[in-house]
Ligand binder design. Structure first.
Ligand code: TA6
Length: 289
């Protein structure tokens, strides 16, 4: 298919294609592996908005530590089979670019993943997924699931967005005040909402039951990142802190200082049932002020 002049198809490593977007409004990169948004930097920002680990593994079939991993058709560990890949299969399979357009102040791309024998070995359903991405002053990512099976399917999912910050210990996250959450640090425990904004002085791994987006206030870099969402009943907030960072081979030990994840998700009680022939969409947007 033809690409607009602002998009080139390049190889980061031999056999590892990525799309590079160089537009007046933003620069961005998307890997074919997982239709993975690796970078988005709106013009005028001196720091990338999405965090990317310098130790990220860039190999087909492997998840990328940073950007926006697609967690689908399950979020977290597989419900019953520990041999299955964490966070499902969408982020470790190649997606097909269906079209790419420059629309004035933004660039739009549409990717597709369809069920086949390989996916059915992981998940016994037929589906067609589309991923719509819009790059400009705002980033918008939409993951659409169509159930092409003769039976209903239940999915959990997340747009697992890694955000770059100047110093996590000075970051506050507002928008989830009062929302109850599943705390998955240690024994998973459902906790009542807290009135205060979220702050970080230890590992935080929480699945908030909320349709709301958040504002990430980063005083170190003097910017606020707003993450909004549609079709999502869970907002996941994660920072690995010291010990988990050390356990993650594709993340430098000190990297936790410079990022957090804010994920539009459907997990736990927000799992989504899609009847035969129906479809569901989850959307996240990111803006910078
Ligand atoms: O979204 C938070 C989380 O579920 C954490 O528990 C942590 O495991 C993170 O995702 C990263 O998962 P990954 O499989 O990409 O290492």
């Amino acid at each position: 298919m033809s690409l607009p002049d602002c998009i080139t198809l390049e190889e980061l490593n031999p056999g590892y294609p990525i799309y590079v977007i160089r537009h007046a409004a933003a620069t961005a990169r998307v890997a074919v592996n997982g239709a993975h948004v690796m970078e988005w930097t709106p013009t005028g920002q001196t720091q990338p908005v999405l965090y990317m680990s310098p130790d990220a593994v860039l190999q087909n079939g492997k998840p990328i530590r940073g950007g926006i991993p697609l967690c689908w058709p399950w979020f977290g560990p597989h419900v019953s089979d520990p041999a299955m890949p964490a966070h499902g299969i969408a982020r470790i399979l190649p997606w097909e670019l269906l079209r790419a357009d420059e629309l004035g102040s933004q660039v739009a791309m549409l990717f597709r993943l369809q069920s086949n024998d390989e996916t059915r070995a992981f998940w016994p359903h037929d589906f067609t997924c589309h991923l719509g991405i819009s790059f400009g002053a705002k980033l918008e990512v939409s993951l659409m699931t169509q159930n092409t099976s003769p039976s209903a399917m239940v999915i959990t999912e997340a747009l697992h967005t890694y955000l770059s910050v100047g110093d996590i210990s000075k970051v506050t996250v507002s928008g989830l005040n009062g929302a109850r959450f599943l705390d998955t640090v240690g024994t998973p425990t459902m906790r009542e909402g807290e009135e205060a904004d979220i702050t970080f002085d230890r590992e935080v791994d929480r699945q908030y039951v909320s349709p709301s987006g958040v504002v990430v206030d980063d005083p170190t870099w003097g910017r606020k990142l707003t993450v909004n969402k549609l079709g999502s009943g869970t907002t996941v907030v994660w920072n690995p802190w010291i010990e988990k960072s050390k356990r993650l081979a594709d993340l430098p030990d000190e990297a936790y200082h410079g990022f957090l994840c804010v994920e539009a998700a459907n997990a736990g009680e927000s799992a989504v049932r899609i009847s035969p022939g129906s479809q569901h969409v989850i959307v996240t947007t990111v803006t910078v002020a």
